[in-house]
Design a protein around this ligand. Structure first.
Ligand SMILES: *Cc1c(COP(=O)(O)O)cnc(C)c1O
Length: 419
């Protein structure tokens, strides 16, 4: 199959792992290799210069230059499209590069974005930068469709949400927002990083574009950075005013993602390295297995801590008292592998964290190793106490990214740290 041809969307979760493990071989792989090899060549040569011109003009499949396309990255893009039941994917060097360049490639000064207020910290920071460049962003409580609807203006072009917010684990009104965006003709961007396409496919709620930080669950091992934007095929790009004429080729469903590849990836240049793409593709093969284990561990740990007298609150959508427990059960295969908790006021935060034996005090999430981080003092430090309070982030809040360790060992480590 030539590069960048649409893969048939495979709707539904049937055979998720089979698809990922065998997807590369849907195209012929060099020498019968079972993995797509790592291609490090930056440039690609053509015997006939006319072919080079045709590839440049988008009339013929092929590779031009490593900043825009690369065979190893291309294979990963197909894999992600399959995982998300999407049409086409563009990969970037990081999740932040994916979010920033994609939105910047689509919007213009004077436009307005409505975003969930419960956001990954750097996305929050990025959106504040957008406002200094003339793209207004209003942050609202996106667990309620009414709050988003009330914030819409004539200038609103795009709604941005995460599936499960970190660190407080709010679950967005994903279905209702999909309906609202469809009715109002808005680009609906869903950051699926916290759930991954194994727990949830945003195409089910009519997302226009899906964001994944590949760094997290999809790669899984904490050894590669990457990000992706996937086109779902639900948005009518022929009605969108800013698509450049040169990208209005072929099916209008692809116009947006083509502009993201050209104006975003090509011009900003935050390309995914082929070596990282290979790590991510190998990691992705075990996404389902890891997620099953991590979510099971998270449920057991959340229940353990919830019952502990030295813990005042636990935030995990798998607990019945979580405000969006029913929504999480209806939408997601499992309620995720991230939870957070507040220690009782008598417990010294630093002492508790320092007593962990193997749980690591570290940022990042989705690693195979269990990671703990005091949120207010680290990832949410820069935004200051006021914005933290508005996001419900207590000074004692600890976020846990649950790994694949044996659950008894995990409970033992959390337990001994109270001693
Ligand atoms: C980590 C993360 C990102 C950014 O991804 P990087 O690969 O670290 O740039 C974006 N969104 C969410 C929800 C994340 O957890």
């Amino acid at each position: 199959m030539p590069a960048h041809q649409l893969l048939p969307p495979s709707i539904g979760m049937k055979g998720f792992t089979t698809k990922i493990v065998h997807n590369d071989r849907a195209r012929t792989i060099e020498h019968g290799a079972v993995h797509k090899p790592v291609h490090t060549s930056v440039a690609f040569g053509y015997d006939k210069a006319e072919d080079l011109a045709q590839v440049f003009q988008g009339n013929q499949a092929g590779y031009t230059y490593g900043r825009q396309v690369n065979p190893t990255v291309d294979a990963l893009e197909d894999k992600i499209s399959q995982m998300e039941s999407g049409l086409k994917t563009v990969c970037f060097g990081t999740g932040m590069a994916a979010i920033g360049t994609a939105i910047f490639a689509l919007l213009r000064p004077g436009d307005h974005v409505v975003s969930s207020a419960f956001l990954f910290g750097n996305t929050n920071s990025l959106f504040n930068t957008f406002t200094t460049q003339g793209i207004e962003v209003t942050f609202v409580d996106a667990t309620s469709v009414g709050a988003v609807e009330a914030a819409l203006t004539e200038q609103t072009k795009l709604v941005f949400v995460e599936t499960i917010a970190n660190p407080r684990t709010q679950v967005t009104a994903l279905t209702e927002l999909g309906q609202l965006c469809e009715e109002r003709g808005l680009i609906y961007v869903v950051d699926n990083t916290m759930t991954s396409p194994y727990l949830f496919q945003p195409t089910e709620v009519k997302a226009s574009l899906v964001v994944n930080s590949l760094t997290k669950y999809i790669a899984g091992h904490g050894n590669a950075l990457g990000g992706a934007i996937t086109e779902m095929g639900h948005f009518d790009w022929s009605a969108f005013p800013y698509i450049y004429d040169t990208y209005k080729k072929g099916d209008p469903q692809s116009w947006g993602i083509t502009q993201i590849r050209k104006k975003g990836l090509r011009d900003f240049g935050a390309a995914l390295a082929p070596e990282a793409a290979h790590h991510i593709a190998v990691g992705a093969e075990t996404l389902a297995l890891r997620m099953e284990r991590q979510c099971g561990n998270a449920q057991a740990l959340a229940e353990y801590l919830d019952a502990h007298p030295q813990v005042s609150k636990v935030f995990y959508p798998g607990l019945p008292e979580h405000p969006q427990h029913d929504r999480a059960r209806a939408l997601f295969r499992h309620p995720g592998a991230i939870f957070s908790f507040e220690l009782h006021e008598d417990v010294d935060l630093w002492g508790y964290l320092n007593r962990f034996k193997f749980i690591i005090n570290s940022t990042n999430l989705g690693d195979n190793r269990t990671l703990a981080i005091p949120v207010a003092h680290t990832i949410y430090y820069e935004m200051g106490p006021e914005r933290r309070a508005s996001m419900g982030i207590d000074e004692s809040l600890v976020r846990i990214s649950v790994g694949i360790e044996d659950v008894d060992d995990l409970i033992e480590d959390f337990s001994q740290a109270f001693a």
